[in-house]
Design a protein around this ligand. Structure first.
Ligand SMILES: Nc1ncnc2c1ncn2[C@@H]1O[C@H](COP(=O)(O)OP(=O)(O)OP(=O)(O)O)[C@@H](O)[C@H]1O
Ligand SMILES: [Mg+2]
Length: 357
């Protein structure tokens, strides 16, 4: 039951958060992370996800809304989109009554689905707002980060979703759609959120720079886009960190690279050259110094990966190396020792490179 209460409090804090990002929040000068401050407040502000925006806009005009499933990589606007749409549909007051948001921080076991979700879904609703404006005669249940729900909890949703379809729409959000059970995906309209295109990200970042009065070089913005891989949240967070660090100074490319924890390509290339031509002892020293510098092994791994794909090795060598990379990646995710993992990868690269094609 405590989980029940926790869930409902998260539901009511969400709209407040959005409010704080609005003009009233700025008046009080409360520091808000820029990702929240510049979170889209209406569906029109959502960039790059035209398909889903079109569907949501139809329902804002009065058409029915299907059950939705949003999936895609982090920081592409999934949560923002549905929150913005819900706010537009219901207005700030009804929002709290009509929208139930549960995310991975709430208890979402089978019990909660059976009680909380079902009870909320069963409430009937009127088709107009207090201010007389029409609003859709249904509620929305947002299950954010649904890929972390257990299969049993997902299964418990199946019947509820069908039975309450007259009064409730579900919006499931996840990063990995393969973790959502088939019967649920088949009940929803699926929308893939694509990583944001570089120019779209650039435009957003420039917009923020302008509003925050930040000086920048063009290369710095390009570097931000590059290091964030289509994840706008990451790009904005980096931008804010660099801006704080730099103070009044102009943001430069090297400052971005530094803060993003990208390993300078000189070091990665150096390490690979040693693997190709050097000795094991030198390799050991190079790996050790990388780790001692504090670079994350996963970052080094990603950069080595890009370099290996472009390297002039033959296909067999590349496939053996990338096979090892997958293993190292898994081990790192499981918490293995960074130094040993990088050493084992470099050893395989060395071994492969020494075999002539
Ligand atoms: N398509 C977009 N249009 C405008 N802003 C975006 C977009 N995508 C991401 N953002 C920015 O990134 C922040 C995070 O977006 P959001 O929380 O919607 O990501 P998400 O897709 O839900 O990610 P996660 O899978 O990690 O939950 C937003 O506050 C917003 O500033
Ligand atoms: Mg989200």
């Amino acid at each position: 039951m405590q989980a029940f209460l926790k869930g409902s409090s998260s539901q009511s804090t969400k709209p407040q958060k959005i409010k704080a990002a609005g003009p009233s929040g700025e008046k009080k000068q409360r520091p808000i992370p820029w990702v929240e401050k510049y979170r889209p407040k209406c569906v029109d502000e959502v960039a790059f996800q035209e398909e889903v925006v079109a569907v949501l806009k139809k329902s804002l005009e009065g058409a029915d809304l299907p059950n939705l499933l949003f999936y895609g990589p982090p920081g592409t606007g999934k949560t923002s989109t549905i929150l913005a749409a819900a706010r537009e549909l219901y207005g700030p007051e009804l929002f709290r009554q009509r929208v139930l948001e549960l995310n991975a921080s709430d208890e979402r076991g089978i019990q909660v689905v059976r009680e909380k979700v079902k009870n909320f879904a069963q409430l009937t609703v009127a088709g107009s707002r207090a201010d007389g404006k029409p609003c859709p005669p249904f509620k929305i249940i947002i299950l954010d980060e649904a890929d972390s729900m257990t299969n049993a909890a997902q299964a418990a949703l199946r019947r509820t979703m069908e039975k309450e379809s007259r009064t409730t729409r579900f919006c499931l959000i996840c990063n990995y759609v393969s973790r959502i059970i088939e019967p649920l995906t088949s009940r929803c309209s699926k929308f893939r959120f694509r990583p944001l295109a570089n120019d779209v990200q650039e435009e957003r970042l420039l917009n923020i720079c302008e509003k925050e009065n930040i000086k920048y070089t063009k290369e710095a913005i390009q570097a931000l886009v590059k290091v964030s891989d289509g994840d706008l949240r990451k790009a904005i967070t980096f931008l804010q960190s660099v801006a704080r660090l730099n103070g009044e100074k102009e943001i430069t490319e090297s400052a971005v690279i530094e803060i993003a924890g990208v390993v300078p390509s000189k070091l990665v290339d150096g390490l690979l050259q040693i693997c190709y031509k050097g000795t094991f002892d030198k390799m050991e020293i190079a790996v050790k110094s990388l780790i001692d510098e504090g670079y994350a092994a996963t970052q080094v791994l990603n950069q080595i990966h890009d370099a290996i794909i472009d390297a002039s090795l033959n296909d067999k060598q590349k496939s053996a190396i990338t096979d090892k990379m997958a293993e190292v990646d898994k081990c790192l995710a499981d918490g293995a020792d960074e130094y040993l993992q990088l050493m084992s990868l470099c050893a395989v690269i060395m071994q492969q490179a020494s075999q002539s094609s």
